[in-house]
Design a protein around this ligand. Structure first.
Ligand code: G4P
Length: 533
């Protein structure tokens, strides 16, 4: 440890109070509603409805995501911090749109746990599965919330079965619904066998009224609904579906809570579980696998960059997850990749376009560094001894399009925008090492192309013509194999900014054949969820 910066004994105490998590769900499962209800239960808003109002203000003051407004979707991520039961909860919001998921992957790199929200009428949906894969790759503990019990839905036992079969996570209910979906009375709390009865409040704007009843009273008052819940729980006991902290923390089992975010039923149980079960901020391994202790001097990494959030200022914000030490605004850090000093005078907590100056932050917290033009996703910032955290994986692209400026006179603006949006990770940009100047954009979802084109036009004044490219499969390759592929029809080799060579194929069958015929060629799966740090 450096003598210049002494270890700070308050840091582990503050880190132990932190819970940093993200909500993963398919669009419309209820993520926004649940977020808002967390704020309500934490006392951060007096009445539900405030988040949407805030979101409305954000839209009114920001044109850079006018696309968000047109589509009624959420593309930008925000970080919400609130206190609950003397804990500091950092809720990392993730984009809701099905297609815009690359950003979500990166946000999950900064989380210590996730809450998976399922709509009980729909169960496990495509986006849930995809996002869960990222949680699995990072062994993130996942809490599950079965949402929308206030309206008709599927049998909860069937949903548990689906979670286990489709995503391989062992569901272990903590609470169990009493009453059928659509006639939801409350939950059986498996921890003590009691019944928690809910009564809704007008529009769910304030906390649901809650009453805890003994099993005997519940049996007398709820009749069949209680008996059925009781039987289902006996079955869960029999098959050993009992919450278990060790396997939850290892990302193998998931405590399940039933409820309805709209009517607030079950929201408090879930928020309590975030505090009681989800892990506190702990030290993170560096790229050599060793752990810099929490109380060591400051270190953190950039997991997200967003430019031009506020059109009046045309600024550039880097979101940094604190991993060790105490952050104090104004401290000078070292930018890992360049070794240059980095001033943190303009540090803020950011929610949409609203920002408050942040003075101090601890492990688990997220600091928004404004005017952070030199920073890139994955960069480490530190104080005292050097440290480098592993890079944040870029994801296997599934869609490709070549991009040209419509007006060749705006070539410069086009390339400036291309470079900036690439750095922000809006799309991946692939270039031909053999000199074809037309870049190929690569993305996980089509929405990324739309955001790229929209921002290029509105922020950089260059309209892009995008034409879909025919590639259907991508592999990471090396120079030797690239030489072999050079003259092959239906294949092309392009380079990412980090120098990685990607081989793109028009047909997955052609790729399959090449893999069979040339087992010695380098055709590795592109870094993806499975290889996230
Ligand atoms: P998302 O962020 O995951 O995309 O979902 P969001 O919270 O926006 O919820 C999607 C829709 O589902 C909203 O209805 C919301 O009110 C509704 N919803 C969320 N939780 C529950 C619940 O527990 N029960 C019921 N019945 N509905 C729920 P909407 O009509 O699309 O929007 P709004 O007009 O209500 O805002």
């Amino acid at each position: 440890m450096s003598l210049a910066v002494a270890a700070d004994a308050t840091v582990p105490v503050e880190a132990a109070r932190r819970r940093t998590f993200a909500i993963i769900s398919h669009p419309d499962a209820g993520k926004t509603t649940l977020t808002e209800k967390f704020l309500l239960y934490a006392g951060a808003v007096a009445e539900a409805g405030a988040v949407k109002a805030r979101a409305g203000r954000r839209r009114a003051t920001s044109d850079w995501m006018a696309l968000e407004q047109q589509r009624g979707i959420s593309i930008t991520s925000t970080v919400l911090q609130f206190t609950y039961r003397d804990h500091v909860v950092n809720l990392l919001d993730t984009p809701g749109h099905r297609d815009f998921s690359e950003d979500t992957y990166r946000v999950l790199a900064a989380a210590d746990a996730a809450v998976m929200v399922l709509d009980v009428a729909k169960g496990v949906e495509a986006q849930t599965r995809k996002l869960f894969e990222v949680c699995r790759a990072r062994s993130l503990p996942v809490l599950t919330f079965l949402n929308k019990y206030d309206r008709p839905g599927r049998d909860p036992l069937e949903l548990l079965d689906e979670i286990e079969r489709q995503i391989g996570l062992r569901p272990t209910p903590v609470t169990w619904p009493v009453g059928i979906p659509g006639d939801f009375r409350g939950v059986l709390d498996r921890r003590d066998g009691s019944f928690v009865r809910y009564r809704r409040t007008a529009h769910g704007a304030t906390a649901a009224l809650e009453e805890r009843l003994s099993p005997d009273r519940a049996a007398a008052e709820e009749g069949d609904a209680w008996r059925q819940a009781h039987e289902a729980c006996a079955l869960l006991d029999e098959v050993g579906a009992t919450p278990d902290l060790a396997s939850f923390l290892a990302g193998e089992s998931s405590p399940v809570f039933a409820g309805s975010a709209l009517t607030n039923f079950g929201v408090q149980h879930l928020l309590d579980a975030v505090v009681d079960l989800a892990p506190p901020a702990t030290s993170r391994p560096d790229d050599a696998g060793s752990h810099r202790p929490l109380e060591a001097p400051f270190a953190g990494f950039v997991f997200k960059i967003q430019a031009n959030m506020d059109p009046a200022h045309r600024d550039h914000v880097a979101f940094v997850r604190v991993c060790s030490g105490r952050f104090t605004r104004g401290m000078t850090l070292v930018h890992g990749p360049s070794g240059r000093p980095f001033s943190t005078k303009y540090a803020a907590s950011i929610f949409g376009s609203e920002r408050d100056t942040i003075d101090v932050a601890y492990p688990g917290d997220v600091v928004g560094l404004v005017n952070a033009g030199g920073l890139q996703i994955g960069d480490t910032l530190y104080e005292a001894e050097p440290v480098a955290f592993p890079p944040i994986a870029t994801f296997a692209p599934e869609l490709f399009a070549s991009a040209r400026p419509r007006d060749t006179g705006r070539h410069k603006q086009f390339h400036r925008g291309l470079t900036q949006l690439e750095r922000e990770g809006v799309v991946q940009v692939l270039r031909d090492p053999d000199g074809d100047p037309v870049p190929v954009l690569a993305a996980v979802g089509a929405m990324q192309f739309e955001v790229f084109a929209h921002r290029l036009a509105h922020e950089f004044g260059a309209v892009a013509d995008l034409s879909p490219a025919p590639y259907r499969a991508a592999r990471r390759t090396d120079r030797r194999t690239a030489e072999q592929l050079r003259n092959l029809r239906g294949a092309r080799v392009l380079a990412r900014a980090d120098g990685t060579l990607l081989a793109l194929f028009d047909s997955p069958y052609q790729l399959q054949r090449l893999e069979q015929d040339h087992p010695d060629w380098c055709l590795d799966p592109v870094v993806g969820a499975g290889e996230a740090p």
